[in-house]
Design a protein. Sequence first.
Length: 295
Amino acid sequence: MSSEGAIFDLDYRRYEGERTGRSKIRWAMVRDGVRKVLGLRRRARRKVLPWGLIILAVLPAVAIVGFRVFTEGLGADELLEDLIPGHADYFQLTFQLTFLFIALSAPELLIPDRVSNVLTVYASRPLTLADYLVARVGALMLVVFAFTLLPQVIIYLGGAILSGQFVDHVTGNLDLLWKIPSGSVAVFATQAGIAFIISAFARRRGLAAGIYIGFTIISAGVAVALAENVNRWFAVINLQAHAIVLIGKIFNEPEISQDTALVEQHISPWVSLLVVIAIATAAAGLLYRRYRRLM
């Protein structure tokens, strides 16, 4: 065994790069959350479900524009106008796809960090608990907004181009510039709260998604049964119906929500708004209390 030693000059230097603050850290976490949700920089199998759902959400919009081009060429565009889904109808058409997307994405954002015990690493940085939660929720919100807004924009611009009077079409439908984002907010706020609450306590992503999907389906059936046989106010338990009711109210097309238990029981859309606000508030409080013990 040699008694000789070796000295290595590691050339230690002080960090001289840019020192970023909390805002840059928050945005970095938002970008990381978006990559997780979309499966970017991950194995191909992680990309199949999110991108498959996105494609399924966008394809009908492309088909609608193509159908309008075809019918216009035949001179039958006015006769078939009622068969072409509008913006409110499209929200209803893609509603279940958005539901599945949120069910799969919310667990992906919260559970791996908690199970892998990396929350303490985040806590060692100039990052508060509120920063972490806002970044994770914000990442899903950005992706869901893109998920719901992209097909709506395709329909909107397609209609403007096919009208032959692009500027007049846009100026004549300026109300859609706030109605479409408001519809996206209604869809996200109605569904994401419960998904995040379940993900904050579950330890497996598949289990969390399954619990959320099962809870949503069962609660809808229970709401209808209790509203018809016990008291009409049990209809508010059907959380998914609130989004459809709010979209119908936003676009002034109440007929899209006629089949919901809320409308059948003559419950005002304002009640749906209050329920959505209550769910979002409760979810924020529960998430903060849960993660305050972990970070």
